[in-house]
Write a new protein. Structure first.
Length: 172
């Protein structure tokens, strides 16, 4: 993931990221209550967002204050309302990363910022979007997937911050 957004007191309405490679990571911090991420892994990309929002009971409600989430930004998602001061950081890769100049890719790598390969499959750790949108956009990637891809992948992953903080520190 080679890009990030920092948000302050922003409760995103239901949307799908338009220029996202796919996998995104997000967490939130600050003195706030509420502000969970509602993620719609059942989104097929065709249903009207306001209709999809009515299926909120099917959405994954992910506690960003106490966790780090990996999800597919191309599926619909939104943030619950909140009280207080809330910051969020979203890490992602732009869908046009394959057009990046090699010298820019090398420069990012030198700074410790991993970038996906030009032909990288964005769905080797989380599932691809559902429906016709997935079939068209990701058919070539999914067809070329390794046997490991044949396993059932989760639509998102969640790590508790308390568990992450208790883990071993990596050496630089």
């Amino acid at each position: 993931m080679d890009s990030f957004n920092v948000n302050k007191n922003y409760a995103a309405v239901i949307h799908r990221d338009g220029n996202n490679f796919g996998p995104s990571m997000i967490s939130a911090f600050g003195d706030f209550e509420g502000g969970a991420l509602n993620y719609y892994p059942h989104d097929d990309g065709k249903i009207d967002l306001q209709k999809l929002e009515k299926t909120k009971s099917k959405a994954q409600n992910l506690d960003l204050k106490n966790g780090l989430v990996l999800f597919n930004g191309n599926n619909a998602h939104q943030v619950d309302s909140f009280e207080g001061t809330r910051f969020s950081i979203v890490y992602f890769t732009l869908g046009c990363h394959a057009k990046m100049k090699q010298e820019d890719r090398a420069r990012l790598s030198k700074m410790g910022v991993p970038t996906p390969k030009e032909d990288e499959n964005p769905f080797c750790i989380i599932s691809a979007p559902n429906g016709q949108r997935s079939d068209k956009k990701y058919a070539a990637l999914l067809a070329a997937a390794t046997p490991m891809k044949k396993r059932v992948l989760p639509p998102s992953m969640f790590w508790k911050k308390s568990v992450l903080a208790a883990g071993k520190k990596r050496k630089a």
